[in-house]
Design a protein around this ligand. Structure first.
Ligand SMILES: [Ca+2]
Ligand SMILES: [Ca+2]
Ligand SMILES: [Ca+2]
Length: 550
């Protein structure tokens, strides 16, 4: 992520703030009824205590346990008070709560652990809606925070359920249930970099705080020592999340994005990678509210480090949106790595087909204005010339490895004279803008060429706003143009390849995707960067001003 975006996201994202906890949970610590010393009770009758008078309802294998019962072997002590809840194998514990305000945003925190040497899962539901889930395999009590959730009634039913997917005698313990109303200002994700909460025991399967897991045994969190991260650089902080393949199903991590403004355009950005086992190919995708695909299914191979994924731009229809990121396995023993989720506000003029997703090219094919390729450019909102065109995943241009960072297609600029042009309306005079795009060099022969972005090419108002004398990135990297002040409402935008005054030779191709123009808000931390092109992690930009525009 660029420094510019660190600043921007700090401005846009706000830390969730818990305020007065209006929701009422009776006996959130399972302290009543008091069990006899060294005893417990399950609703089915096991144990030497009682559940009469409890505020919770228990299925037969669920109950309440006191410190330190014979049940526990290892001598488990409650993290709050002297009692806690247990569910042995599969079962549920429920309570009808009160004091909620439908439509408001809430978050539940529970302290949970597994019985020594065991694993189980723990699902948390409000009125039947899954609000949190993951594997309990830690042998010490630790807090798990659900994603944000809303409720439909003032008195929802809270349910803790263990589903014991592996069968056998497995027990999960939990205690100290807390629910707080959450207020956010601006788009907010919970634990977007997987830095919060306990690090699950090796190999890392477990609860990812702030996220809900579809498959409690196949998702989790790794740090630098983790087998799924497998030696790759961590894009943000010291941990990444992961979704491992399973042959029979799609596995996913989910949470709620809060603080969106209906009608506003946004983009989800995150870092993605693959573990790197022999022949492994993960299948990444992301949806909103289970219905809108914002990151289409694409193949993910281990490359030189994790790389940015930019979603298709989307318009918020409500203040919240349910995000689900999935791995639909393609081949081998694969694992999708994830980190550093963030939301970008798209507030500038709309670039038509900013990600070169239309027209759709045939599978594994491309088309250039020269006629090369097996696809078509008819109907594109861009005008292509020379070696410029569009490639779909996975074509010969991509050497069967790199794929589009946004959608499933990206632009190609092969050789001098390759260019693509579009008239952009909707600028506001006096407002300062900045263009961003993702670019990399084709990993082939002489690599990339000289990439230039020009406003009003050939007109008296012509201005070059980005000039990279040679694109050398070996993975898609975001670059930013010079800031520019609009003086009218419409400009022609030209993105072209040059040879840097003849210095570059050979068959060079530069890839481009996700061209966006945003309003540049002069925040204190970005002022110092004005005029610089800032490279993302692992890359760099060499940039040189031409003496004059050619
Ligand atoms: Ca307790
Ligand atoms: Ca991280
Ligand atoms: Ca694209």
């Amino acid at each position: 992520m660029s420094i510019r975006h660190v600043c921007a996201y700090l401005a846009v994202l706000s830390v969730a703030t818990a305020v007065s906890a209006a929701p009422v949970i009776l006996d959130p610590g399972f302290e009543f009824p008091v069990q006899p010393v060294n005893q417990w009770e399950q609703a089915g009758g096991a144990g030497g205590g009682t559940l009469v008078g409890a505020n919770w309802a228990f299925s037969s294998s669920a109950g309440i346990m006191r410190d330190v019962s014979a049940f526990q072997g290892g001598g488990v002590v409650a993290p709050e008070g002297s009692q806690f809840a247990l569910i042995q194998a599969a079962g549920t514990i429920t309570q009808t709560l009160s004091g909620f305000d439908p439509g408001k945003l809430y978050q539940l925190i529970v302290s949970q652990r597994a019985r020594s040497g065991q694993t189980n899962d723990l699902q948390i539901r409000m009125d039947g809606q899954l609000v949190g889930a993951g594997r309990t395999n830690n042998m010490n009590f630790s807090d798990y925070s659900t994603p944000f959730f809303t409720v439909a009634s003032a008195g929802p039913v809270l349910e803790f359920a263990a589903t014991n997917p592996a069968g056998g005698d497995k027990t999960t313990f939990f205690d100290n249930v807390r629910i707080a109303e959450v207020t956010v200002s601006g788009p907010t994700l919970t634990n977007p970099g997987f830095e919060d909460g306990v690090l699950p025991a090796s190999p890392g399967y477990g609860m990812a705080s702030g996220w809900t897991s579809s498959s409690t045994e196949r998702t989790g969190v790794n740090d630098a020592s983790g087998p799924f991260l497998n030696g790759q650089a961590i894009p943000e902080g010291s941990r990444v999340g992961f979704i491992q393949y399973t042959a029979a199903s799609t596995n996913s991590l989910s949470q709620m994005i809060a603080g969106l403004t209906p009608g506003q355009r946004y983009q989800l950005i995150y870092d993605e990678g693959e573990r790197g086992q022999s022949g492994a190919v993960a299948g990444g995708s992301a949806t909103l509210d289970g219905a809108t695909t914002i990151v289409p299914f694409h193949q993910v191979r281990r490359l030189t480090g994790m790389h940015e994924v930019h979603s298709l731009p989307f318009v918020a229809t409500a203040s919240t949106a349910g995000l689900t990121v999935s791995n639909t396995s393609v081949a081998g023993d694969n694992t999708l790595l994830l980190d550093n989720f963030r939301i970008r506000l798209l507030d500038g003029p709309v670039v038509g087909d900013s990600g070169f997703e239309s027209p759709i090219q045939p599978d594994n094919n491309w088309e250039q204005a020269t006629g090369a390729g097996g696809g078509t450019l008819v109907g594109s909102l861009w005008t292509f010339a020379g070696g410029a065109g569009i490639t779909r995943n996975i074509s010969a241009f991509q050497s069967n490895s790199h794929v589009a960072p946004e959608g499933v297609q990206h632009a190609i600029l092969q050789g001098r004279g390759a260019r693509m042009t579009q008239t952009i309306d909707g600028f506001i005079g006096g407002v300062q803008y900045q263009l961003s795009l993702l670019t990399m060099a084709r990993q082939h022969a002489q690599y990339g060429n000289d990439l230039e972005v020009i406003l009003d090419l050939g007109l008296p108002t012509e201005r070059m706003i980005l000039d990279m004398s040679e694109v050398t990135f070996n993975k898609f990297t975001e670059v930013l143009s010079d800031p520019f002040m609009a003086s009218k409402d419409s400009y022609t935008l030209t993105i072209r390849a040059d040879l840097d005054g003849g210095r570059l030779t050979g068959d060079r191709t530069t890839f481009v995707d996700d061209v966006q123009i945003n309003i540049l808000v002069p925040e204190p931390c970005t002022l110092a960067l004005t005029g610089l092109v800032v490279a993302g992690l692992g890359g760099y930009v060499r940039r040189r001003r031409h003496a004059g525009h050619r």
